[in-house]
Design a protein around this ligand. Structure first.
Ligand SMILES: [Zn+2]
Length: 307
């Protein structure tokens, strides 16, 4: 299933495998001025090729090497052998050999199995079309290889999965909290006016959305730190802070998990913890007093950096 929406001169191509005529889970690619940003999953690749034949395709870029973003590349390469494809340098091994994704069964069923594409070139610092210049912004966190594309004239931001709307209930072990929050801060610093995320739900209130997401993650990290000081185990944090494991946890056989999200918060908090020196310099046996860091999520709100 593929659905097109126009946003000024940008066309959002939302794609999903359908079941009984209903989409299961949307992902999106965007077309603007002959440039295709991301390529959807393998299951909708043929429909995407048909749309590109109508719109005209001059070049392709991808934000990161997940199967719902690189899955259309193989069919696009066969249909458009001369169109250049660019991807982050760190994405290239997976694009060439998608078996490196280690897709679990639920991912193969939901998106299909991508096939390798050999002649993909590494992205530079910008991508030019006839009317636009897109700056390549490194935004790791969701994955290590993730980049976003920023068009400063219209302040459009194509952010892939660096921003995922709604309230997070479960993460994969691949995602990392410090990178995710840092990347959202980087994206907010660009002061975008329109957000084009991997979900396909285009946002006109880009800055409040980005700041809201940063605040959501910082609040969760702070809550995890507080429960950790009370000595609560992770299962209890999952129950209290996230309402238990979501259904996604069970049908992804644990790949998506509330516990992974809690663990990502704990690793984030560890970055700001001050531990006793390893040589036992704290002879009193008490933890040294410390000034709260501005970025310390366990610190009182007045000491932390703005959200
Ligand atoms: Zn992704």
């Amino acid at each position: 299933m593929i659905s097109l929406q126009r946003h000024d001169s940008v066309i959002a191509l939302r794609m999903a495998r359908s079941f009984l005529g209903r989409p299961i889970y949307w992902t999106a690619a965007y077309w603007v001025d002959g440039l295709l940003i991301d390529s959807g999953p393998p299951v909708t690749a043929r429909a995407l090729v048909q749309e590109m034949r109508k719109l005209g395709l001059k070049q392709i870029v991808v934000t990161h090497a997940h199967e719902d973003h690189i899955g259309g590349l193989h069919q696009l390469r066969r249909a458009f052998p001369d169109v250049p494809i660019y991807a982050p340098l760190a994405s290239l091994p997976i694009i060439q050999d998608p078996r490196l994704l280690g897709q679990q069964l639920h991912r193969r069923l939901l998106w299909g199995r991508p096939k390798g594409v050999a002649d993909v070139q590494p992205l530079g610092t910008e991508v030019r079309t006839e009317r636009h210049v897109f700056h390549v912004v490194e935004t790791p966190g969701h994955t290590r290889d993730h980049v976003s594309f920023f068009e400063p004239k219209h302040r459009w931001l194509f952010c892939g999965d660096a921003f995922i709307g709604g309230r997070d209930r479960a993460w994969t072990p691949e995602s990392e909290m410090f990178g995710t929050i840092s990347s959202l801060r980087t994206l907010a610093a660009l002061r975008p006016q329109r957000l084009f995320p991997g979900s396909g739900t285009v946002r006109r209130t880009a800055l409040p959305e980005l700041h809201g997401k940063i605040g959501q993650y910082l609040a969760l990290c702070r809550d995890v730190a507080q429960l950790e000081r009370l000595g609560l185990p992770e299962e209890e944090m999952v129950e209290r802070l996230l309402g238990g494991e979501p259904a996604l946890h069970y049908w992804s056989l644990g790949h998506f998990s509330a516990r992974h999200l809690i663990q990502a918060c704990r690793r984030y908090n560890e970055l700001f913890e001050q531990r006793d020196p390893p040589d036992g310099a704290s002879r009193s046996g008490r933890r040294p007093r410390r000034r709260p860091s501005r970025n310390d999520p366990s610190a009182p709100r007045s000491h932390r950096a703005g959200r």
